[in-house]
Design a protein around this ligand. Sequence first.
Ligand code: FAD
Ligand code: AMP
Length: 470
Amino acid sequence: MDAYDLIVIGGGPGGYVAAIRAAQLGLKTACVERWRDDQDKPALGGTCLNVGCIPSKALLDSSHHFEFMQRHAAEHGITAEPAIDIAKMQARKQKIVSQLTQGIAGLFKKNKVTWIQGHGSLAAADSVRVVAADGTEQTLAARHIIIASGSVPMAIPPAPVDQDRIVDSTGALAFDAVPQRLGVIGAGVIGLELGSVWRRLGAEVTILEALPQFLAVADEAVSKEALKILSRQGLDIRLGAKVVAAKAGKKAVTVEVELDGANETLEFDKLIVAVGRRPNTGELGLDTAGIAVDERGFIAVDEHCHTGVGNVWAIGDCVRGPMLAHKASEEGIAVAERIAGQKPHVDFELIPWVIYTWPEIAWAGHTEQALTAAGRKVRAGSFPFMASGRARAMGDTDGFVKIIADADTDRVLGVHIVGPNASELIAEAVIAMEFGASAEDIARTVHGHPTLAESMHEAALATDRRAIHF
Ligand code: FAD
Ligand code: AMP
């Protein structure tokens, strides 16, 4: 029986990063991954690279360019009549995905991580059974095992996915034509991003959200502003609208929605089910090894991602916490380092969230509502992009930066952004908070001019009511 210091089950951003870090630290490491791409070729990278973060951002960028050409280029004195070639847009997306997934295979070679293709499960707490696509089986001994099996789209009984008329996020990333009428169930991160892609390309998009509040996880100021902007762009976002039935017909999909106590029937050409994701923890042999899952199927782990059984660890979307690629990767690095005898640390309080609509939405730390509910005295300062020279030059003046600081100590407790390039701007906030910065620290830091980042500087000044440009 082949023996490894570490076997990682799953080669997504949790698993492949853990494997590379472990190999860097001198551990004999294998990663078991069963994914097959659209050409039925084995591929690393998991959800993130194959059907998640990367392909969605490729389509978001392409559709953003189209919308710019169509709606905004004229303001810059540029006229053009853009046309869409979906086949080419999709081929570009797929090329980016293949380049990146092949890149991981290259990194495995460089770092001497063995990629074992097939389905992995625990034969015991110290051995992994792998079944290859052709049915051949092998059992491998492992001093440590990391489960990084990720998540899959959640299904709801009223709207069964057929990947034709009713699709999940994977199907929605692969449309070969722009649907005229597109329904989206769920106004979460994925629903908003995919709804934005197809709206920009010409679809009439209706987003149906069961909750009465829009983006309840975000700071209220951000969710209010985002709802206003996205609605103005043409996304028809209906809150308190619970989908109770959906039926795919030959020509359309009929959706029954419960809204204000009454039922309404809507018709779409395509329907995306984006109601969240569930941990992918079946068929892993967890019972065999005595590893517990909670009532929602997440593998139970402690703050170090240890399952409590032998040397078995679990990271990423299959354990508690936000389902985000960077959270999975940081857990992977930390577990690899702990196995190698180091004392790593992941700051779970400071995991940035990003929604890649345009303007983008990003935040880190606490919301003002959560802080107030916890009885904290805070001072908040906001700065609108309308007052930023750089944002005006770009023609991207929607949104603001909001910084929340402790009223007594001035320590930054939360930063919330809706605006252009919020995904990049939030990094400054995370670093500041990681170093325990005060709003005054950000206010005293020289920011280049003219930049969007100056809005962070101004928002810090605004916590003390001394913003210069607003
Ligand atoms: P996964 O990426 O799901 O990887 C798990 C891997 O394990 C898979 O490759 C699977 O094949 C493999 N596997 C599972 N079981 C076995 C087994 N028994 N044997 C062998 N292999 C197995 N997050 C962000 O941070 N930013 C974004 O912009 C973003 N955009 C997203 C857009 C979409 C449309 C979707 C669907 C998700 C998005 N996410 C985003 C979420 C992100 O993709 C996940 O949080 C991330 O992929 C989780 O990483 P992971 O390694 O835990 O799991
Ligand atoms: P997220 O978990 O961020 O991906 O968001 C998924 C969203 O889908 C949540 O806000 C849910 O409230 C919403 N949702 C779940 N089921 C339904 C349903 N049947 N009809 C409308 N919205 C739903």
